[in-house]
Ligand binder design. Structure first.
Ligand code: GDP
Ligand code: GDP
Length: 436
């Protein structure tokens, strides 16, 4: 489970510039998924061998001062609820503003670890603009220039200082964690309520959850699951883009913490671009995925409806053909119990290990059937492959020349592996290494 770092601050202080700087090359992980995160809300970052997720809580700019304050409050609240750490970016060129002070107060009261980054100090010889930001009462402000990449190292040192020790964080238990994510109103809370209603077990929110996501223990046929719901507090935003952006940010923390993500979509609405963004989070994070088409009771159906839905889902989520699909009604309880069986299946595939011997049998057969590609007279040679980790299953393929390994051949090998082992519901990752 990676720590989540949120970036907050007024419009134009340099949040996205900082975000891009921190994400560096890693942001391509998100970008690679077609149609998913066109505007970058979320990326993985790394510093001193610690990986973490960064979330840019900024969004559409409000026009008037009143709405600015309201917008800042929402943004800060969101960061407090969903992140482990907050980078509060302020503008060193224009000094402390009312909106900064307001956000500062909220952050201070929340008790979340915060660092104030005074941006646009391109000339680090003179860092005097940082002093007035001591007034925020959030510790020592740091001088940075996001654009020129100055002061970023010190900032990241400060950020990771607050992360839990890795050994501590690695405490694992057997309980499956299932995130229920999706747009507002698709039925996430209804599903959790239905699951709870059926089991008559006293449920308590699990202690120590500081995030917005609400953990609920559910027992089914003697097995315990933790469902992570992201519904939380409903925000009264009127701007559609804003509501949607928030729902993605909310999903981030739930996805980070889960083994399997249930992406809920509404049968009434069909699958949308926004659903694809949310599903993309699970894919990018290498989590098991179940697509649950909810409100199945509410639509008129004939014998082709389900098929049409499947086709539509597969075309919008073409990058995740492995996702398992279910058609449910949280309201009537139809097929809701099937969720457990599906989650179990996906979780076991997500943790599946294939011995190197059989893996290479599959590889050699695949190569015999369809020769590796060549380029300018040079042919790709694949020596062998081995599985290096699970959750998701990750394979290293040793080759003579990395450049020769085309996307399409990788895809072909993935298909062969899936033909042999299924890996239903889980993404698979390949790492290509050169060896002479
Ligand atoms: P956001 O609205 O907070 O995401 O701000 P942006 O990242 O879009 O930046 C707003 C403006 O500030 C852009 O014109 C940036 O080029 C500029 N900017 C960002 N960081 C720096 C910096 O370190 N120094 C200077 N001089 N300008 C910066
Ligand atoms: P959330 O925002 O995703 O948590 O959605 P809610 O669980 O609050 O549900 C939003 C609305 O959809 C509520 O009015 C629910 O009663 C309704 N709803 C949820 N699940 C179903 C379902 O399976 N069938 C129908 N017909 N309505 C549903």
């Amino acid at each position: 489970m990676k720590p989540i770092v949120a970036i907050v601050g007024r419009p134009n202080v340099g949040k996205s510039t900082l975000f891009n700087k921190l994400a560096g090359k890693k942001v391509s992980i998100v970008k690679d998924t077609p149609g998913v995160t066109r505007d970058r809300i979320y990326a993985e970052a790394e510093w001193l061998n610690r990986t973490f997720s960064i979330v840019d809580t900024g969004g559409i700019e409000p026009k008037t001062h009143d709405t600015l304050l309201q917008y800042m409050r929402q943004q800060a609240q969101l960061a407090i609820e969903t992140a482990d750490f907050v980078i509060f970016v302020v503008d060193g060129k224009c000094g402390l503003t009312d909106a900064d002070a307001e956000v500062g107060t909220m952050l201070r009261r929340s008790g979340k670890p915060v660092v104030v980054a005074v941006n646009k100090l391109d000339n680090m010889q003179d860092i005097s603009p940082i002093y007035e930001f001591y007034e925020l009462g959030l510790g020592d402000p740091l001088a940075i220039s996001a654009e020129q990449g100055k002061g970023i190292g010190d900032l990241l040192d400060e950020v990771i200082r607050f992360f839990p020790d890795e050994t501590e964080a690695e405490e694992e238990d057997e309980i499956l964690r299932v995130a229920v994510i999706g747009k507002p109103n698709v039925g996430k809370s209804s599903l959790i309520n239905t699951l709870l209603g059926e089991q008559r077990v006293i449920v308590s929110d699990i202690a120590g959850t500081t995030r917005d996501a609400i953990d609920t223990e559910v027992e089914f046929e003697g097995k315990t699951y933790i469902f992570i719901d992201t519904a939380g507090i409903r925000r009264q935003s009127k701007v559609k883009e804003e509501i949607e952006r928030y729902s993605v940010i909310r999903a981030v923390s739930a996805v980070e913490r889960c083994d399997v993500a249930i992406v809920m979509i509404s049968a009434e609405e069909g699958i949308t671009e926004q659903d694809a963004k949310i599903a993309g989070l699970a894919h990018d994070n290498g989590k098991g995925v179940v697509i649950a088409v909810n409100k199945w009771d509410a639509i008129e159906k004939d014998d082709k409806t389900m098929y049409r839905f499947l086709q539509e889902i597969e075309s919008v989520l073409s990058y995740m053909p492995y996702a398992q699909k279910l058609f449910i009604s949280a309201k009537t309880g139809q097929r809701v119990n099937k969720i457990f069986e599906t989650v179990d299946l996906v979780a076991s595939n997500h943790a599946l290990r294939i011995p190197t011997g059989v893996l290479n049998d599959i590889l050699y057969d695949a190569m015999a059937m369809n020769q590796p590609p060549s380029d300018k007279g040079k042919r790709l040679k694949i020596f062998y492959m081995t599985q290096v980790s699970v959750k998701p299953p990750t394979f290293v393929i040793f080759v003579n020349d990395q450049e020769l390994m085309h996307y399409s051949y990788k895809r072909y090998l993935e298909n062969k592996l899936r033909e042999a082992y299924g890996f239903k519901g889980t993404p698979i990752r390949f790492i290509i290494r050169e060896r002479s």
